[in-house]
Structures are given as C-alpha cells and as structure tokens.
Design a protein around this ligand. Structure first.
Ligand code: SF4
Ligand code: SF4
Length: 202
C-alpha cells in the first residue's frame, strides 16, 4: 500500500464514512488505531491490508481504496479482529458492507472466484433456507464458467474449470462432505421475506 501522507478532510470523508457506519452498524470513529485487530487477522498478510488500515481509509474518505482492496474479498469473517478490539469494532461487517457496495456499483471483484462463491452461497441459502452443497457447487461452477467466458478464456478454460469442480465434488462426496439433493426448510417463505427486507435495507 502507498505510504503517501493523506490529509484528513472531514467534509470529503464524511459521506462515505457515514454510509459505511450506517450500513455496517459499526462506529468507525471509535477506532484509535491500537492495531490489536491487525495482530490477529489470518488473511491480512495475503490481502496486504489490515483491518485498522481499512478503517483508516474509510475515515479519511478514500472510497476507491476502501472498495478495491483484497481484505474486502479475502476476509473470512472469523471475527477475531472484533474479539480483540477494545471498541468492539467488527471489521467483518465492514468488509461485508464494502462487498455489497462494490457489487451495487458494478465494480469488477478483485477476487472473482471469491465473489462467485459468495453469490452462490447466498443464493443457495435463500433458495433453500439452508445451504445445499450441490446447489452451491453448481451455481459456483456456472458463475466461474461465465466469468472465464467474459474475460475471453474460451471454452477450454470453461471445461477445465468445470472438470476441476467435478473432481473436487467427487472427492468431497466420497468423504461424505457433500450430499446429493437438497432439503428446504419448512418456513421458506419467512426466509424469502427476510431476504427481501435485507435487500431493501441495502
Ligand atoms: S483493535 Fe479496534 S480500535 Fe484497535 S485498531 Fe483495530 S479496530 Fe481500531
Ligand atoms: S473477520 Fe476478517 S478482517 Fe477480521 S480478523 Fe477475521 S479475516 Fe481478518
């Protein structure tokens, strides 16, 4: 990340800061940069951004940087940072908010496969009221294939992707880690209503 000095300009940072605080329900202004969160984040090395840095970007109104960094996509929502934070700031809720904002703005995801997995997971949970592994794998494979085609990878890349997914699915099935078919919860309409409400609040 750039180490250039960034000037704090409240009038510039306020709209994005306000939006993220409202949507994530986190008080970013209570962060005093103690970096306890950074020490425990399992993905920050790989992402190149720690939770405290992400918060700082938002407080300083660096919208593009906040939306386009790997922590947003690689955060595994382990909540370690929130457990360690003396101010109870849950960065997982901030990264989730930024993912939604990035999708809404039609930005290209920095990790397309993670974005596909995320979408497939949510779709399966809403369609069934619970996760269906087969459903998840099929939607995930389809989305990855579409992405390969979009970026010009051609059918060879699509077939390689689908073969890879099928091989993984078979290995997981043999170890009884995935189940064929899907089971829906009884009150699926309640889940759909909740999902609709959540969409309206975005
Ligand atoms: S632990 Fe909390 S207060 Fe400390 S830097 Fe991280 S988010 Fe900020
Ligand atoms: S919730 Fe996300 S940001 Fe926080 S420690 Fe886990 S991976 Fe890192």
């Amino acid at each position: 990340m750039s180490s250039a000095t960034v000037k704090f300009q409240p009038e510039y940072s306020q709209p994005i800061l306000q939006e993220i605080m409202e949507k994530s329900g986190q008080n970013l202004l209570s962060c005093y940069q103690c970096r306890r969160c950074a020490a425990g984040c399992p993905v920050s090395d790989e992402a190149g951004v720690t939770p405290d840095r992400l918060i700082r970007m938002i407080v300083f109104g660096q919208k593009d940087e906040a939306l386009n960094n790997l922590l947003v996509w690689r955060c595994v929502a382990c909540y370690t940072c929130g457990e360690r934070c003396p101010n109870n700031i849950q960065t997982a809720k901030i990264t989730e908010t930024l993912k939604q904002m990035s999708k809404k703005a039609h930005l290209e995801a920095l990790s397309p496969k993670i974005a596909s997995f995320h979408e497939a997971f949510i779709k399966s949970a809403i369609d069934n009221g619970r996760l269906s592994e087969m459903d998840l794998m099929m939607t995930y494979g389809k989305k990855n294939a579409q992405h390969e085609l979009k970026k010009g990878g051609g059918w060879k890349a699509v077939i390689a992707e689908l073969k890879g997914q099928a091989k993984l699915g078979l290995a997981l099935y043999k170890k009884k880690r995935v189940h064929l078919g899907s089971e829906k919860v009884k009150n699926l309409s309640e889940i759909k209503k909740l999902s609709k409400k959540a969409e309206e609040l975005k």
